[in-house]
Design a protein around this ligand. Structure first.
Ligand code: BDR
Ligand code: CA
Length: 304
């Protein structure tokens, strides 16, 4: 089993990524942490708790993280993810609560207690992770790798160059990319290809209560491409289960923290700056047919 900490901002695609993670036997989920991003951190954390209750997984601790990016002003994406961050399905009122420790302390504790280094998956901005690295630099040896949704080598979704998670907190992203920890970057280069078609969104409503929930939230999701809706964060979990669906290239990736390209991620593909240094495995392509087939086959399993 792979031990994981999931740091998220649900968020509709985060919610679906988490739904799969909560129901796959391959994972040992040590901790879920909420971060400000798609909506405010109180809401993203509440959505983590709601999904734990939905899937009867309240055994995993949930901690609330940063309310705002390191330096920039916080701006949410409720225009894409709704006011709650998880609209389109009627989740019952919450019965349990986050733990008292804030996310950074909870992450530090879980990593310190672990016998083996742990993988951190981040599908929101990397504010919590950056704060962890700032406050506890020695904890790096306990982080096996980062699997990060964010960035793009081929154009942005909030500006011509910037992807939302990086744009929201570029200063945090810079710290993470300069940390020296093994990074897999799963950005828009692949996530804008991993779509769920409108027909599939309609069809999955018939696959039990989980299908109804997924169909409901995906219908309410305002991220729309011609052939369907992008499942951005789901790709991080898919990557852990089926890395063979992805094409990766190793690059030196820089994060732009000011000016008109703020939030951009640039790979030094000609090695003009980096003297051969590399800091990320970048997902540059995905088998889209395998993605949709896998996703649709997951849903019945998630009902059990
Ligand atoms: C990313 O931004 C968020 O809105 C999504 O949840 C995803 O993590 C896509 O750019
Ligand atoms: Ca997200």
């Amino acid at each position: 089993k792979e031990a994981l900490i999931l740091d998220m901002d649900p968020g509709i695609d985060d919610a679906i990524a988490l739904s799969i993670a909560l129901t796959r036997p391959e994972f040992d989920l040590k901790l879920l942490t909420g971060v400000a991003g798609n909506v405010a951190v109180e809401k993203t954390t509440a959505n983590l708790l709601k999904l734990e209750e939905f899937f009867n997984r309240t055994d995993i601790p949930v901690a609330m993280g940063a309310k705002a990016p390191l330096k920039r002003e916080f701006k949410d994406a409720s225009y894409i993810h709704g006011e709650s961050g998880m609209p389109g399905y009627d989740f019952p009122e919450l019965k349990h609560q986050p733990i008292d420790d804030p996310a950074v302390e909870a992450m530090h504790q879980v990593l310190s207690d672990a016998a083996e280094p742990i993988t951190i998956v981040a599908t929101g901005s990397y504010t919590n992770v950056a704060l962890l690295l700032i406050k506890y630099p020695d904890i790096k040896s306990k982080i096996k790798r980062f699997i990060l949704m964010g960035g793009s080598l081929s154009g942005g979704n909030v500006s011509s160059v910037a992807e939302f998670n990086i744009f929201t907190d570029p200063d945090a992203a810079k710290i993470v990319y300069e940390s020296g920890i093994d990074i897999t970057m799963i950005g828009l280069d692949v996530t804008l290809k991993a779509l769920l078609s409108n027909q599939s969104i309609e069809n999955v409503a018939e696959i039990g209560e989980v299908g109804k929930m997924i169909s409901g939230v995906m219908t309410a999701y305002n991220d729309i491409e011609a052939a369907g809706k992008p499942m951005h964060d789901v790709n991080t979990i898919l990557f852990l289960l089926h890395p063979e669906f992805f094409t990766l290239e190793d690059h030196m990736v820089y994060v732009i923290t000011e000016g008109p390209a703020i939030g951009g991620t640039i790979a030094d593909t000609q090695d003009r700056w980096s003297n051969g240094k590399l800091n990320a495995h970048v997902a540059v392509d995905i088998n889209t047919k395998a993605f949709e087939d896998w996703f649709l086959a997951e849903i019945p399993h998630m009902n059990q």
